[in-house]
Design a protein around this ligand. Structure first.
Ligand code: ADP
Length: 451
């Protein structure tokens, strides 16, 4: 177990905390036990003194009494180790049941014959004069008990600590085993096998959440890698055609001397293709940046109505040329939405652009801004060729162009709707399409309502 592993640190900290707790616990027990035992002995001594005083007083009331003898009889009933010394007010020792006992040490606890004793000396008034009573009691029993307790603690604490640290080590190893597995699995993940996932332990704990977080990170990584390679493939594929046209046009023109207008035509075609390429590249790069989420889109609350109105009047310039009518139906309700205004403008423009592009001449494009139960939506309805059921799931794909737009007559790159979908996603909006082939299409954008 390496010193820097969580398992090692957990075991150490756990053992230290447990050890400190156990020592405190043992100390508390030992001290209270000692207080209890010594308190009992002290109580006993106080009793003994009170009894002795009462006895001396009662004996003194009797005529011609031999106090020393009486006290000797009295003390014969004491427990072994309990001695009594009585001194009268003149300092004469009237009685001493153990003359060799170190009464005069003045200490509360003394050793005699190698054994521990507690001594209590107290002045009591006997027949109006201050007498001194000294009593002793053996502490042997109490000390033996305390010693035994101490030995028990000295053995038990290290034993419990040992068991607990071994157990703790085992537990932490068991608990952290999935982390080791995850580390091993994570080490083996590379660009080639990004689709692999860690197995998620269904324990409902932090490790399950960690594995899930890992997996969703892998999923996002995989997704962005896929996007990146798709972008590279798409870009190279799309750029190949205009490049080929430029090259063949130039080669054909340069093969032999030609009249000036042929050169001019060729150069015009080269310019047109270069312009198409530039537009395509700009589109493509913007799309890639939206996809990669590097384009900043600060969100704010704004009213859609003036924006839609502005876009309608912009698009009507193109519509007029195609003899199309733009009909804008504005909402009576408030149409506040939350999102990035520039991004939403681009989104709406892509839809309007398509509606105008795919509408037949002399028809109408209907644009309706609505607010139903706090859900702001924008509908763009055209009476163009519509989109077949099989095409519907494909139109938001990058570079997908429907069969009726393949004829080349209509400008387009197949990027408009995929950009619109990307922008919608970044602005918490949703695009829905309903279409009837031959009759027209309805594109509906549902915006994020303002709370
Ligand atoms: P583009 O218009 O450049 O081809 P888009 O991504 O905007 O690319 O659209 C993808 C395809 O979806 C179009 O080629 C077309 O087939 C279909 N489409 C989009 N909008 C409409 C519409 N309003 N009516 C009919 N077809 C549409």
């Amino acid at each position: 177990m390496s010193r820097r592993s969580i398992r090692f640190r957990l075991t150490i900290w756990f053992s230290l905390a447990l050890g400190a707790g156990l020592i405190l616990f043992a100390l508390a027990i030992w001290i209270s036990m000692r207080e209890l035992l010594l308190g009992d002995v002290r109580q006993l001594l106080r009793h003994q003194i009170a009894n002795s005083q009462a006895y001396v007083e009662s004996e003194l009331r009797e005529p011609r009494v031999e106090l020393g003898e009486e006290l000797s009889e009295f003390s014969a009933a004491f427990n072994p180790g309990t001695y009594l010394r009585v001194t009268n007010s003149q300092g004469v020792v009237i009685f001493d049941s153990n003359r060799s006992f170190p009464w005069s040490s003045g200490r509360y606890r003394v050793k005699w014959n190698g054994k521990p004793f507690m001594v209590l000396v107290s002045q009591r008034v006997v027949a109006g004069e201050p007498w001194t009573f000294a009593v002793s009691a053996s502490l042997e029993e109490a000390e033996t008990l305390l010693n035994r307790l101490r030995i028990l603690f000295f053995i038990l604490i290290p034993l419990v600590l040992l068991i607990a640290s071994v157990g703790g080590r085992w537990l932490s190893r068991r608990a952290l085993k999935p982390v080791d597995e995850m580390t091993a699995a994570a080490k083996s993940v590379g660009a080639a096998n990004l689709s692999e996932r860690l197995s998620v332990p269904h324990t409902g704990d932090e490790l399950e959440r960690l594995a899930e977080a890992w997996n969703s990170m892998l999923a996002r990584l995989e997704e962005s890698l896929k996007r990146l390679s798709r972008f590279t493939a798409d870009a190279s594929h799309e750029l190949r055609t205009p490049l080929a046209i430029i090259r063949t046009t130039a080669e054909l023109a340069a093969r032999r001397p030609r009249p000036a207008e042929v050169y001019r035509d060729a150069l015009n075609q080269v310019t047109a293709e270069s312009e198409r390429m530039t537009r395509l590249l700009e589109h493509l790069f913007f799309l890639a940046r939206v996809d990669a989420e590097v384009v900043e889109m600060p969100q704010s609350t704004f009213d859609l109505a003036p924006l839609v109105e502005k876009l309608c009047s912009q698009i009507s310039v193109i519509a007029v040329a195609k003899q199309l009518r733009i009909h804008y139906e504005r909402s009576q309700e408030r149409t506040l939405v939350l999102g990035n205004e520039a991004a939403i403008q681009r989104l709406i423009l892509a839809l309007l652009d398509n509606a105008v592009k795919y509408s037949r001449g002399n028809s109408e494009v209907h644009i309706a801004l609505k607010n139903a139960a706090n859900q702001v939506s924008l509908e763009v309805i055209d009476s163009g060729p519509g989109i077949t059921e099989s095409e519907l799931p494909l139109i938001f794909e990058r570079f997908y162009r429907g069969h009726h737009s393949q004829d080349g007559a209509k400008e387009g790159s197949g990027l408009g709707l995929s950009l619109a979908a990307g922008l919608a996603e970044r602005n918490n909006a949703r695009i829905e399409v309903v279409s009837q082939p031959g009759k027209g299409s309805t594109f509906r954008v549902l915006f994020q309502p303002v709370a």
